[in-house]
Design a protein around this ligand. Structure first.
Ligand SMILES: Cc1ncc(COP(=O)(O)O)c(C=O)c1O
Length: 406
């Protein structure tokens, strides 16, 4: 079998691998608890459904313009004005039919030359490194000191070389739930503008913040128009609108980069489905109460998750400020997160995602976007499997399980 060198170097997506493992176990009737999930369970917003069914009913479903249908481009302009206080034009937008993930891919294809470096801040979303490799770039990882989730600007600057093309920022952050300080974002804008480096903001979770931790608009720190700027914003409907299955995302950039991305897109997926784009128009322009209610539900879930984890001896947890993930430190139990994750799936039937996959060994990513009862039971099972002080016996589904290992 002849597989390209590049394809051989691309890792399987660990989050999708864990989803698949959970599905297989569930299909077998095993009482598995999924704390690895990457999507809210809420229903699709009604306005999205109404828009998309109205489009379907026209029975006029054909190719669209590569960049996206005009009503969606208009809705994204309005959304950007509302959430970022920034005026953009349709010419600054590329809609993608493979979610925010594909928007990032099209962007990287458009700005990275072989050997260019992209700075990625750990802990990081698993796909960044692989996407950069897929376009023959080099991921350069910056890891914060002392187990903190926010790197220092000095450490980021130290990693910059003459090959640095872009710095990738994801705040609120998957997997830590950390929202980077306004100071850091401001310093990054200033630094990138002075060096002519792209600053890519993956803002897919920007509406999912807790309390007063609203993420700052990156544009607040620049006077430049989008057309004169190297700031790029990635977003989509997957997380805040719980519309992961619609696969609509977008990138906002200056016209030159946008045109390059449109060319790239035109030669691969092109023409995002008009049905799915109509759903996105409905979501963005429709009643927004679903987003607020999801945000509040997640905040409540996060509080419960924190309560459970704080009562878990040996586990260190930093409270998330947004998203639906946390990244507690389990290194007191096992320094290899992959081994620990495997062990918890075998012994306790709980799916977690190893922190090593996000560049943070010794940690596990736990999601709190599922039901509260499952979350509590999941943590109880993990405690039972790891903590010698917890009761020796537990029910997993109908089965009474006895801990017979150290
Ligand atoms: C940080 C981050 N960026 C982008 C994406 C991709 O989103 P989409 O489902 O819209 O492709 C995800 C999905 O998990 C994510 O966590």
């Amino acid at each position: 079998m002849s597989i390209s060198q590049l394809a051989r170097e691309i890792k399987e997506s660990p989050t999708l691998v864990f989803n698949e493992k959970a599905r297989i176990l569930k299909d077998r009737g095993e009482p598995v608890i999924h704390l690895g999930s990457g999507e809210p369970k809420s229903k699709t917003p009604l306005d999205a459904i109404l828009h998309c069914t109205a489009t379907l009913k026209t029975a006029n479903i054909h190719y669209t313009a590569t960049e996206g249908i005009p009503p969606l481009l208009k809705a994204i302009c309005r959304y950007t004005e509302e959430h970022y206080d920034k005026t953009i034009m349709p010419e600054n937008i590329l809609v993608s039919s493979g979610g925010a993930k594909q928007a990032i891919f099209n962007l990287m294809m458009s700005i990275i030359d072989p050997q260019d470096e992209v700075i990625i801040l750990a802990p990081y979303w698993v796909s960044y490194t692989e996407i950069v490799k897929m376009v023959h770039g080099i991921p350069v990882i910056v890891t914060p000191e002392d187990g903190r989730f926010e790197p220092r600007i000095e450490d980021i600057i130290k990693s910059v070389s003459s090959y640095t093309k872009a710095i990738m920022v994801n705040s609120p952050n998957n997997p830590s739930g950390c929202i980077y300080s306004d100071d850091l974002i401001g310093q990054l804008v200033e630094f990138c503008e002075s060096k002519g480096i792209y600053l890519i903001m993956d803002d897919i979770y920007h509406q999912l913040y807790f309390g007063f931790h609203k993420p700052v608009s990156v544009y607040k720190f620049t006077d430049k128009s989008v057309d004169n700027s190297k700031i790029i914003v990635i977003n989509g409907i997957s997380k805040a609108y719980a519309m992961t299955g619609f696969r609509i995302g977008w990138a906002i950039a200056n016209r030159d980069v946008t045109q390059a991305m449109r060319n790239v897109s035109a030669q691969n997926t092109s023409c995002p489905s008009v049905v799915l784009q109509s759903a996105a128009v409905g979501a963005l322009n429709g009643i927004q109460s679903g987003v607020e209610s999801l945000r509040l539900t997640l905040e409540n879930n996060k509080n419960i998750m924190m309560r459970e984890l704080r009562a878990f001896s040996g586990v260190k947890v930093t409270e998330p400020q947004g998203t639906f993930y946390c990244l507690p430190d389990f290194s007191a139990y096992n320094t290899s997160s992959a081994e620990l994750s495997k062990y918890l799936l075998e012994k306790a039937l709980v799916v977690t995602v190893p922190g090593g996959e996000f560049g943070f060994e010794g940690h596990l990513r736990l999601s709190y976007c599922g039901s509260v009862s499952e979350m509590i039971e999941g943590i109880d099972r993990i405690k039972w499997a790891l903590d010698e002080n917890s009761p020796n016996e537990i029910y997993i589904g109908e089965r009474k399980m006895r801990r017979n290992w150290k």
